[in-house]
Design a protein around this ligand. Structure first.
Ligand code: PMP
Length: 388
């Protein structure tokens, strides 16, 4: 018996066979001509995936938090004022990280499942003197998406740069660096980029690179300093040898393979597919009588769903039952509501079949936990939404 359990958490996700094949292939030297070509191509493709015409791509061995750290270390100088558009756990992390580098962070918080309004953000920015507006595009702890395009306009209207934590958004949610004037967007390999965990990825736009070059103080972090990595990225993209720290060779091969698949699908088609899949999934969740953590439908991200347990259903029992029925899902993460909800990732190459199978497993688990609903209602609603 095949006994396959779908991995439907908000990262790591299930990966494409060609990506896994690249990961399992014999490791080359990081200076082998075919690796130099592959790394160079991956950097060029990063620009296309981030929809950046003139940004500087970076690929570092590490997780998404390293991408956040590298941006914080390289852009923040002691005393810099930052506004954190705070939607939960990962916004808290980014605020704390920026404070380590001496930033004076003003957190703009919303109730759990909410997001600060544009008016609230503008009111703070109007005080003046902010260097950065930091935003979590999709807050993985609540499933809330922020309005990046409008926030970018606000930031620039008030003389600040915008830094986007896109770990749970890049390559799935609409994000257009050049068109929307995003200064930095960062992510990690294990989500919609579709590569096993281990790469910190970001693109820095011209204004961010300028701000980095104009620093008055040295970067107080060695490994994460853009100054150490920039010549390496420039070398590989110019098909030359570069070295600072050994690249994660196989992960870079895998990255190039996955970026190739993403661009073959096309960014607009990919954004649209994530939206369709998300609508179908959420229609299924609604039909089962479950509410969601985001307070309004327009606050809900498309790469994941954060669903509240119905009365009487308990977190660990439910998650074990749903895994047994065929899908691994994630529990809650936001400390204020940790045991009240669960999270489903539907990003990367998720298709209708994965959505239906996952909803089917959720139905089995909910029935087993004593929740009352019409069997098949979730699966049917998702299929109907998809077909519409
Ligand atoms: N930001 C967001 C929005 C995330 O979802 C995550 C990971 N779930 C991170 C940052 C941190 O990434 P990593 O775990 O790869 O360090």
């Amino acid at each position: 018996m095949k006994n396959r359990t779908l991995l439907m958490i908000p990262g790591p996700i299930e990966f494409e066979p060609v990506v896994l094949a690249a990961l399992g292939a014999p490791t080359t030297s990081h200076w082998a001509p075919n690796f130099i070509e592959t790394f160079g191509q991956a950097l060029e493709r990063m620009r296309d995936v981030f929809l950046s015409e003139d940004g500087q791509p970076f690929v570092l061995p590490g997780s998404g938090t390293l991408a956040m750290d590298s941006v914080g270390a390289s852009l923040v100088e002691p005393g810099d004022k930052v506004v954190m558009v705070n939607t939960g756990f990962f916004s808290d992390r980014y605020g704390a990280l920026l404070e380590r580098y001496g930033a004076k962070v003003t957190h703009l918080r919303a109730p759990v499942g909410g997001r600060p309004s544009l008016e609230e953000v503008e009111k703070v920015l109007r005080q003046g003197g902010f260097k950065l507006l930091a935003v979590t595009h999709v807050e993985t702890s609540t499933g809330v998406i922020t309005e990046i395009q409008s926030l970018a306009t606000l930031a620039h209207n008030h003389g600040a740069m915008i830094v986007v934590d896109g770990v749970c958004s890049v390559a799935g949610e609409e994000l257009r660096m050049t068109e929307w004037n995003i200064d930095v967007a960062l992510t990690a390999s294990q989500k919609a980029i579709g590569v096993p965990p281990g790469l910190a990825l970001f693109v820095a736009g011209p204004q961010a690179m300028q701000a980095f070059k104009a620093r008055k103080t040295p970067v107080p972090n060695y490994y994460a300093d853009w100054g150490n990595w920039l010549p390496v990225m420039q070398a590989y993209e110019g098909r030359q040898l570069g070295y600072f720290g050994t690249p994660a060779v196989n992960l870079v091969w895998a990255l190039n393979a996955s970026l190739g698949l993403i661009l073959a699908e096309g960014m607009d088609a990919r954004f649209a597919r994530h939206t369709t899949i998300s609508k179908a999934f959420k229609a299924g969740i609604n039909a089962l009588g479950l509410s969601q953590v985001p307070r309004k439908a327009e606050f809900a991200a498309h790469m994941m769903t954060a669903a509240r347990y119905p009365k009487g259903v308990e977190s660990s029992a439910f998650l074990a039952k749903v895994a047994k029925a065929g899908a691994y899902l994630a529990g809650g993460l936001h400390p204020a509501i940790k045991n009240e909800y669960f999270r489903i990732g539907h990003m990367g190459s998720t298709q209708l079949g994965d959505v239906l199978a996952t909803l089917g497993a959720i139905e089995v688990a909910l029935k087993d936990c004593g929740h009352q609903f019409q069997a098949g209602a979730g699966v049917e609603a998702a299929a109907k939404s998809y077909l519409a």
